[in-house]
Design a protein around this ligand. Structure first.
Ligand code: BJW
Ligand code: ZN
Length: 272
């Protein structure tokens, strides 16, 4: 039987070859195969008695700063140990084949950058940019690499070097505004693109989930890559069901954007 689930539709391969402006919009699923739990699966193991949606709020940090800081230190340690996967690498490679590529991510890790993507916009901040919860001053971590904090361990946040208030993670919590420059970059890119990929996101968190809709409203082709159904399924032109690290390299190959690793340069007589 033909493996239709994983075949890339020829019209999509052609759209990719012809695209001038491409947006890659990513969520936690793109980092899943690097061993980083997705947001809605993040609280496994000893964290399972907490609810991610309740922890990722300013109110949770005010009430239980040691729980929230401990959770983020645990996640930061996980990200520092992780490496980009084939999806991050394929996206970086795509940037070398299309005239314009904007990577817009909801992720707070830095795996797109480490894979070599150049223009990465972070809508929900970063695990690696702590700041004061009162005066906003940028802060450094006490330990650059957390000492593999135990899962479920409470850690008191450090005090701001300027004003003494608790230091918080540099991420965007529920009820907070997205960084205005990042949101502007993202909406402009979505409105001006001809092809948008929505990869590994549940399409449930707003305003980020508006981006594919903005692209659709301007006539762009919207492609979703996700092993599960999401609210975007009914709107997307193509739903590629599967893991990002599996689908993205095939997608590039379907457009003829094969492996162009400069490490594999040909010698004059054609040998690798
Ligand atoms: C794979 C895979 C593989 C697995 N390959 N795929 C009611 C209606 C509408 C909106 C609201 C509402 N009530 C409140 C709101 C607003 C709220 C919101 O959207 N809430 C909804 C949940 C209902 N939004 C906000 O509050 C935003 N701010 C805002 O609106 O400001 C204005 C305002 C001010 C005051 C009051 C009200 C409004 C801010 C949102 C900030 C989100 N921040 C977080 C936390 C960041 C820090 C951290 O990481 O801890 O960002 S929440 C969390 O969700 C995180 C993520 O970036 C974001 C998106 O999650 P994502 O990436 O989609 O992950 P998952 O886990 O949900 O999904 C993973 C997907 O991958 C799944 O689909 C899998 O199938 C798939 N997958 N393996 C490919 N191998
Ligand atoms: Zn301060």
């Amino acid at each position: 039987m033909k493996n239709t689930h994983h075949d890339i539709p020829p019209p999509l391969a052609q759209a990719l070859r012809q695209a001038q402006r491409v947006v890659v919009f990513t969520g936690a699923g793109v980092s899943a195969e690097s061993g980083i739990a997705t947001f809605r699966d993040a609280l496994t193991g000893l964290w399972s008695r907490f609810d991610a949606q309740a922890l990722a709020t300013p109110e949770a940090f005010d009430e239980h700063p040691d729980v929230v800081w401990g959770w983020y230190e645990w996640r930061r340690a996980q990200v520092l140990r992780a490496t980009p996967n084939a999806a991050h690498r394929a996206i970086a490679q795509l940037g070398r084949h299309v005239p314009e590529l904007a990577v817009i991510t909801q992720n707070v890790d830095d795996l797109h950058e480490r894979a070599g993507s150049l223009l990465v916009t972070h809508l929900h901040g970063s695990l690696h940019a702590p700041r004061c919860s009162r005066c906003g001053a940028a802060q450094a971590f006490a330990t650059e690499i957390p000492a593999e904090p135990d899962e479920g361990r409470r850690i008191a946040p450090p005090a701001c070097t300027d004003c003494g208030a608790p230091v918080r993670p540099g991420v965007v919590w529920f009820g907070e505004s997205l960084p205005a420059p990042a949101w502007r970059t993202a909406t402009l890119a979505a409105q001006e693109c001809d092809l948008l990929f929505s990869i590994g996101t549940s399409s449930m968190v707003y305003p980020a989930a508006e981006l594919p809709r903005l692209a659709l409203a301007r006539g762009a082709t919207v492609v979703q890559v996700n092993p599960a159904a999401t609210p975007l399924d009914v709107l997307a032109h193509h739903n590629l069901r599967g893991a990002a690290a599996d689908v993205m390299p095939r997608l590039l190959a379907s457009a003829g954007f094969g492996d162009t690793d400069p490490g594999l340069a040909l010698t004059p007589d054609g040998e690798v």
